[in-house]
Design a protein around this ligand. Structure first.
Ligand code: UD1
Ligand code: UDP
Length: 359
């Protein structure tokens, strides 16, 4: 089959790395980068770290409001699909690049496969929730990372083409964990000792776009009583600057540029705890056995909360401070994300779909 894969934002580069490797064993893959993320540290570094093939197309869409960004992607992706005439379009996760890819393909009657299907936070104020629901309803093959995701789809009447395959981020981690350990010097670079710091990421609009929430988070981190390493997403850096919080950063917080995948893995693996509002980082914390404090009121990754390894604290200063001091998982870890062979399974299902559909 000829498969067009569409990526555009940081987590999608990571998810596509193991899948692309497997796909190319049997299929022709055309990789399309929408250009949603474009800084070297938000894009190119992942292609280098994860040895992802150079995109065949970079659409250079860049930043914009939701409508403008998604609309520009939709037109540009349609042009690529009309020129390439693929048998299948593969999209990842829940960003505007995901929705634009799925929609462009569906309108051209090209089958859509969605990696990380079925996730729901049930919070429609999150742009990602809109993207998830619409993408799933436009998809022919839905690759779910968890049983909860399969149940969420069934509740919306989507049963056909649904496959529980596990999480491709586990595949990416398994492939790179030892490499990160060997190559990364990030702890020395920022001057922290293993097990004696917190690793933090924040980029959800519900936090960044709200001055009080950002002030509460930074205030709580300032009370951590240990170093805090905070690789800052460009969106977050913009808002921290605007709110005057960058200039008044507590002295224990090390604000650094966004990290490449290997440095990030290494930083997370040796942290005492991880604080985040990222979907991917919540999962990776669990995979690495590091307790996670989630700076949101809800999560689509409910299993880790149920397993006692993730606690939802929102952006409330007192709750954050208390969980930094007190939160400790009480239960043993159980297998949530599969066996680390999700990419292989995806490639296999794509092949059998191709054989049935195209002969
Ligand atoms: C996007 C996704 C989000 C995902 C996140 C991963 C949507 C709606 N959101 O959020 O689901 O969790 O990516 O990181 O698709 N910027 C730069 N350089 C870059 C990229 C962004 O400076 O390379 C700045 C721009 O000011 C831009 C802002 O960050 O306006 C937000 O970027 P955007 O891609 O719109 O959304 P994210 O917050 O990154
Ligand atoms: N990540 C990274 N460098 C950073 C922050 C995050 O490599 O400075 C990785 C992280 O390890 C995970 C992915 O990016 O694999 C998560 O992406 P992000 O948090 O941007 O988006 P989300 O998962 O919330 O959609």
């Amino acid at each position: 089959m000829k498969i067009v894969s569409i990526v555009g934002a940081r987590p999608q580069f990571i998810k596509c790395a193991p899948v692309s490797r497997e796909l190319r064993e049997e299929h022709e893959e055309i990789l399309v980068h929408t250009g949603q993320h474009y800084d070297h540290g938000m894009s190119e570094v992942f292609f280098e770290d994860l040895a992802i093939p150079k995109p065949d197309y970079n659409l250079g869409i860049g930043s914009g409001t939701h409508g403008h960004q998604t609309g520009a992607m939709l037109g540009a992706i349609e042009d690529v699909l009309r020129a390439e005439e693929p048998d299948m379009v593969l999209v990842y996760g829940d960003t505007n690049s995901t929705l634009a890819g799925a929609l462009a393909a569906a309108k051209l009657h090209i089958p859509v496969a969605h990696v990380e299907a079925g996730l729901r936070s049930f919070d429609f104020r999150m742009p990602e929730e809109v993207n998830r629901v619409l993408t799933d309803h436009a998809s022919d093959l839905l690759f779910c990372p968890t049983e909860t995701a399969v149940r969420n789809l069934a509740a919306e009447g989507i049963m056909e083409g649904v496959h529980l395959v596990g999480d491709v981020m586990l595949d990416a981690m398994n492939h790179n964990r030892a490499v990160a350990e060997e190559r990364s010097h990030i702890l020395e670079d920022v001057g922290v000792e293993p097990g004696e710091y917190l690793a933090v990421t924040v980029h959800r609009p519900s936090n960044t776009d709200d001055r009080d929430n950002m002030a509460a988070i930074i205030g709580a981190l300032g009370e951590a009583g240990m170093p805090v390493v905070f690789p800052v997403h460009p969106r977050t850096r913009n808002y921290l600057g605007k709110y005057g919080l960058l200039a008044a950063m507590p002295e224990n917080i090390r604000i650094i540029e966004p990290l490449g995948y290997l440095d990030m893995l290494h930083l997370m693996a040796h942290a005492t705890k991880i604080l985040t509002d990222s979907g991917g980082v919540q999962k990776e914390a669990y995979m690495l056995g590091v307790p996670c404090i989630t700076l949101r009121e809800n999560t689509e990754w409910v299993e880790m909360v149920e397993a006692g390894w993730n606690v939802l604290v929102g952006a409330e200063r007192e709750r954050i401070v208390r969980s930094i001091r007190e939160f400790a998982p009480s239960l043993k870890q159980r297998c949530i994300f599969g066996d680390g062979d999700a990419s292989e399974e995806i490639a296999r299902y794509l092949s059998s779909y191709g054989a049935a559909y195209y002969g």
